[in-house]
Design a protein around this ligand. Structure first.
Ligand code: KIV
Ligand code: ZN
Length: 506
């Protein structure tokens, strides 16, 4: 069986999803989880894009072992030098250079002729190769590039030293047969193809990213690029869990394997969703809440008689546990630690376990039964916290029929000062967020606000996620609490802390 290289770009293309901005601490959490999942390459960011991106790539390069760490660069000297610098501590560094090749991009974006593109591609790959031994080149918008020119570019960059050539369907325009023939064509016609690996990178604008990736694998691709939960620019990228589970479930049809430990899938999905604030749609293939839920009587009857009547995968294969025995207030530390292990959090540090156990006990005072989802939410919340600049100390809301909503907010700063303010608003949440704006001096415009119960019951934990515009850039934040007003304040503060931390460079 041929082993397909799994290149995960959740931290780069995935982070390009509107409103997503991960701090170093969160990127490291995700990178370590991707390593546990078994990906071969982690694209950690675009070092030249900002100091934050540079620092995050460097931190991932420094901490992760046994996995290739890639950094993106345009085909420009300053980008490539910066990527090499960020990747310097990596055990296995890879510089990923990209340059658009399609006529649309050449004419309108780059305003460059074919010859100039060829020269720039060749020179930038040669420069990257002089700095690291592993260089990937992506002719951006490859699927809309003239075939003969694409072949010429691929040959030229391999000659210049590219070890992987990636063929992006940048705008998700391709359909499976066409994309597969493009891959077969390059495999067959590029005279030095044997010297490099061929990779595929599909966007999901037509909902075909997974189908295109699988068709390309069948046609000879050696590497597949994807993101967890399919997040990414616009409609996102091919979802790692879909590509991997298709190869795994349909082994009878695909003669390929990957290094992915599928049992880590659900856990990775929840971590990425929690830290990015991008919720997974309920009916999302593999990782959606309904992916293994059987609701009609006929289906339930069938599954009870024989699971395979309506289930093509075992929930356990992606790490879902069937036994969902809830814990309660009286459950001890040992039972809690066992539960953490069962949920895939056996790697938490002692400090994180102590903190999680404290939150678990506090929750036990407020709600009788604590489900797996509650524990997972508590842990994600703990992992998310880079030392915040503002913490919620207390809040008071006055609202109801016939009254003007009023919010009073007290925050504690990192240097232990109390700052507070109060204001009125159009509703309790409006007043609350305006009061936080007044205290922090960061004026946010709320773009989206969602609240959901993590489990059932009136005492369920509530999760609030917000999208906030600050000076023309959107950010996402989330928080959990049995008190949804408190969760709202903390989700909003989560965004403010991200912005202030970024500005302060912490
Ligand atoms: O979609 C794309 O073309 C990309 C490249 C940078 C590989 O993300
Ligand atoms: Zn992309």
């Amino acid at each position: 069986m041929k082993k397909i290289i799994v290149f995960d770009t959740t931290l780069r293309d995935g982070e390009q999803s509107a409103g997503v901005s991960l701090n170093i601490h969160e990127k490291l959490q995700i990178a370590h989880q991707l390593a546990r999942l078994g990906v071969d390459v982690i694209e950690a960011g675009f070092p030249v894009a900002s100091q934050g991106d540079f620092d995050a790539v460097k931190a991932v390069a420094k901490e992760l072992r046994g996995v290739t760490v890639a950094g993106l660069a345009r085909a420009l000297e300053k980008d490539i030098q910066r990527a090499a610098e960020a990747l310097n501590p990596a055990e296995r560094p890879r510089i990923h250079v990209f340059l658009a090749t399609s006529e649309i991009h050449r004419q309108h974006k780059l305003k460059k002729a074919k010859e100039e593109i060829l020269r720039q591609a060749r020179e930038s790959v040669a420069l990257a190769r002089s700095l690291v031994s592993d260089v990937e080149f992506s002719p951006e918008d490859a699927s809309r590039t003239e075939l003969a020119f694409l072949k010429e570019v691929v040959e030229a960059v391999i000659e210049a030293g590219a070890t992987t050539v990636n063929i992006p369907d940048t705008v998700g325009y391709a359909v499976p047969e066409e994309y597969a023939s493009l891959i077969s064509y390059l495999k067959k016609e590029v005279k030095n193809m044997g010297k490099a690996r061929l990779s595929v990178h599909c966007h999901n604008d037509l909902g075909l990213a997974t189908a295109n990736s699988l068709a390309a694998i069948r046609a000879g691709a050696d590497q597949v690029e994807c993101t967890i939960n399919g997040i990414g620019e616009r409609a996102g990228n091919a979802a790692l869990e879909e590509v991997v589970m298709a190869l795994h479930t349909r082994r009878d049809s695909f003669d390929f394997t990957t290094g992915i430990n599928t049992k880590e899938i659900i856990h990775t999905s929840r971590l990425v969703s929690g830290l990015t604030g991008l919720r997974v749609q309920r009916n999302k293939a593999i990782v959606g809440e309904n992916a293994f839920a059987h609701s009609s009587g006929v289906h339930q009857d069938g599954v009870i008689k024989e699971r395979t009547t309506y289930e093509i995968m075992k929930p356990e294969d992606i790490g879902l546990t069937r036994t969902r025995l809830p814990l309660g207030k009286l459950s001890g530390r040992r039972a809690f630690i066992e539960k953490l292990k069962e949920l895939g959090y056996g790697h938490l540090t002692e400090k994180e376990v102590v903190e999680a156990f404290g939150e678990f006990k506090a929750l036990g005072d407020k709600k009788k039964l604590i489900y797996d989802e509650d524990i997972e939410a508590i842990v994600v919340n703990i992992l998310e916290e880079a030392p915040p600049i503002y913490r919620l100390d207390s809040l008071r809301i006055d609202c109801g029929p016939g009254t003007t909503p009023l919010a009073e907010v007290r925050l504690r700063t990192r240097d232990d000062k109390i700052v507070e303010n109060a204001t009125i608003g159009d509703g309790p949440i409006d007043a609350l967020f305006k009061a936080i704006d007044l205290v922090t001096g960061v004026p946010g415009k709320l773009l989206d606000y969602n609240v959901r119960a993590i489990t059932s019951g009136k005492d369920a934990l509530g999760e609030v996620s917000v999208e906030v515009d600050v000076e023309g850039k959107s950010y996402r934040g989330r928080a959990i609490s049995v008190d949804i007003i408190e969760a709202s304040a903390r989700a909003y503060l989560n965004v403010i802390n991200r912005i202030v931390q970024k500005t302060a460079g912490t």
